[in-house]
Design a protein around this ligand. Structure first.
Ligand code: SAM
Length: 286
């Protein structure tokens, strides 16, 4: 096998993606690097031990988790500067993608330490590749905020995205997430990718309503990627603030508060002024 010239013998940081389900998805290079390095920095050492045992890799592990990223990264960079090679892994997929890693990698760059990223599994690219999307570009968000208000704010800010928006979601929250997305956007096309590369892989192109019904029908388990497509551009009708408020009131699922926020941002006017006007007009809602 040709050994890539970019793989240093020592004193560097490797970023090593690991499978997101199917263990066969680990690359040959990842296996070799994990065997050759002095130390593997893992998000959860107990979790990663199972993966390493499976591949008979005996490299020592050190824990590197989000809460201790800053502290641990100082120590790891010191080891690398002393000549050690370290591989960074997360529980699944690519480190730094909705996973810890960024702090260590940035410190490595700042301190002149060689960073060598390996390509490999990630839920976002795997889901996107299976979605059938033929346009260019997508917007990756990862996890939305856990607080409902912040989540709604985020969804609202993405309402006019011309790109599909990719979210990571947990089974616990998927129903609420779809419900909130439906309330903010109205109907939209969605791609749902659950348990990718695993036994119960479930891929579906659907609508927010359809997938919400599916999520409500039985308790959903597993891990999700949800891709929400841009809405049909409905021509907003109205020229005055009053006409615009009435248009959104009658043609969208947005609440009074959200309409006020949206118009204030779009038109660059005071939110409280729009809100007061909307309050009066909402009373006449047909
Ligand atoms: N670093 C990982 C990556 O590169 O995709 C992401 C880690 S993040 C903590 C975990 C989230 O990724 C899950 O909650 C889920 O949204 C998504 N995910 C990971 N594995 C998945 C899978 N097999 N199927 C669907 N989504 C998955």
């Amino acid at each position: 096998m040709i050994k890539p010239t970019t793989d240093n013998e020592q004193g560097c940081l490797y970023i090593v993606p690991t499978p997101i389900g199917n263990l066969e998805d680990i690359t040959l290079r990842a296996l070799r690097i994990l065997k050759e390095v002095d130390l593997i920095a893992a998000e959860d050492t107990r979790h990663s031990k199972r993966l390493l045992n499976h591949f008979e890799i005996e490299t020592p592990l050190i824990s590197y988790y989000r809460e201790k990223e800053a502290e641990k990264s100082v120590y790891l960079i010191k080891l690398i500067k002393e000549g050690k090679s370290i591989a960074l892994i997360s529980d699944a997929g690519t480190p730094g993608i909705s996973d810890p890693g960024a702090i260590l990698v940035l410190r490595a760059h700042k301190e002149g330490v060689t960073v060598i990223p390996l390509p490999g599994p990630s839920a976002v690219t795997t889901a996107m590749s299976a979605s059938g999307y033929s346009g260019n570009g997508f917007l990756f968000i990862g996890f939305s905020p856990s607080k409902k208000g912040q989540r709604q704010k985020l969804l609202l800010s993405l309402a006019d995205s011309q790109y599909p928006v990719v979210f990571y979601e947990s089974p616990r929250r998927v129903e609420a997430f779809l419900q909130e997305a439906l309330a903010v956007y109205g109907e939209r096309q969605v791609f749902w990718a659950r348990e990718i590369t695993k036994s119960f892989e479930d891929l579906e192109v659907g609508t927010l309503t359809g997938l919400l019904q599916k999520a409500q029908a039985k308790q959903m388990r597993g891990e999700f990627v949800l891709i929400i497509y841009p809405g049909e551009k409905e021509k907003v009708q109205g020229e005055t603030v009053e006409e615009l408020i009435c248009w959104y009131r009658d043609n969208s699922e947005l609440s009074l508060k959200d309409v006020s926020k949206k118009l204030a941002t779009d038109l660059g006017i005071s939110k409280s002024v729009v809100y007061q006007q909307a309050l009066t007009l909402w009373k006449d809602k047909p």
